[in-house]
Ligand binder design. Structure first.
Ligand SMILES: Cc1ncc(C[n+]2csc(CCOP(=O)(O)OP(=O)(O)O)c2C)c(N)n1
Ligand code: SF4
Ligand SMILES: [Mg+2]
Length: 283
């Protein structure tokens, strides 16, 4: 019997939004996977990007704003048989969810994190996000950061992420390659996806990204951490896209004594007397 297909529902996004290319590409990539929709969980927080899981036929979980990663990590730890993919925004991932971003990277739980980075808070109509351009480095003051901009790739590599990539919603072929590689990576995988918000970000437009994005050279060595840190600092007239850093390292499940026997937590027998002893210890 053939595998059931992942399909899309109608969305509430603005015509021309970069999210359309992302959801179409993601649906295509999911249809290439061996896994059927009931073994895939799409997780989001709050925002335009975070609605992605509501528009694809798979399991979905919508958390609070900034709380997509703890939910995704908990789902994966509870049931290692599931493929867990986060789709959420730059504000959700790096602003309100910034602390979760740092500390879930360190755990190397086997989840995939697609950040729809429109460099703005889209859903709440155009406030600057951590990744908005710095005001003194842009000719358009809307939106921009008075302070420093957040560099997600640099921070992810420094925090110990084992897969760090960037792509652009305007290049679906490249995006599909990055998504596939990220989902197949064992461990935490980040893809920061440049995604124009046509309604509220008049600075970082499709043309702005198109002019700047540049695939990494063929000879680029994604296993060289120092080179990757240096590459991650390039974000201006040229914006490198591709896998900036990749390493093979044990996942959280491979190291945790309750998880490395490959029996998902949800399938383990619970010894009633152990549970009772635990409850008794609090009485
Ligand atoms: C705890 C909490 N704080 C703030 C908000 C308001 N809020 C909803 S979405 C959002 C920003 C979304 O920006 P981003 O994550 O970049 O997603 P986008 O809409 O740009 O895709 C904010 C501040 C909220 N819903 N909950
Ligand atoms: S507000 Fe921006 S991010 Fe949200 S749907 Fe419209 S174009 Fe897309
Ligand atoms: Mg955003």
């Amino acid at each position: 019997m053939s595998k059931p297909a992942f399909t899309n529902y109608e969305t509430a996004w603005c015509p021309g939004c970069g999210n359309f290319a992302i959801i179409e590409t993601l649906t295509g990539v999911l249809n290439q996977l061996e896994r059927p929709p009931h073994q895939v969980v799409l997780v989001g927080g709050i925002g335009q990007a975070a609605k992605t899981n509501q528009y694809i036929t798979a399991n979905g979980f919508s958390g609070l704003h900034g709380r997509s990663l703890p939910a995704a990590v908990a789902i994966k730890i509870a049931n290692d048989d599931l493929t867990v993919i986060v789709n959420t925004g730059d504000g959700d991932s790096y602003g309100e969810g910034g602390n979760h971003f740092l500390h879930n990277i360190r755990r190397n739980v086997d989840i995939t994190h697609f950040v729809h980075d429109n460099q703005i808070y889209g859903l709440t109509k155009g406030q600057p996000s951590p990744t908005s351009n710095r005001c003194d480095l842009t000719d358009n003051s809307n939106p921009c950061n008075l302070g420093a901009s957040f560099n997600p790739l640099l921070i992810a590599i420094a925090a110990g992420a084992t897969f760090v990539a960037r792509s652009f919603s305007g290049d679906k072929k490249h995006l599909a390659e990055m998504m596939t590689a990220a989902i197949q990576h064992p461990g935490y995988a980040l893809v920061d996806i440049l995604q124009p918000c046509v309604s509220f970000n008049k600075t970082n437009t499709f043309a702005y990204y198109k002019k700047r994005v540049k695939p990494l050279d063929e000879g680029y060595d994604a296993t060289n951490k120092l080179a990757a840190l240096e590459k991650a600092m390039e974000f201006g007239d040229t914006i490198p896209i591709g896998i900036l850093y990749r390493e093979q390292a044990p996942t959280y499940a491979a190291k945790h004594p309750e998880l490395f026997d490959k029996v998902p937590l949800v399938d383990k027998q619970i010894n009633q007397s152990d549970v009772q002893a635990l409850i008794n210890s609090y009485i």
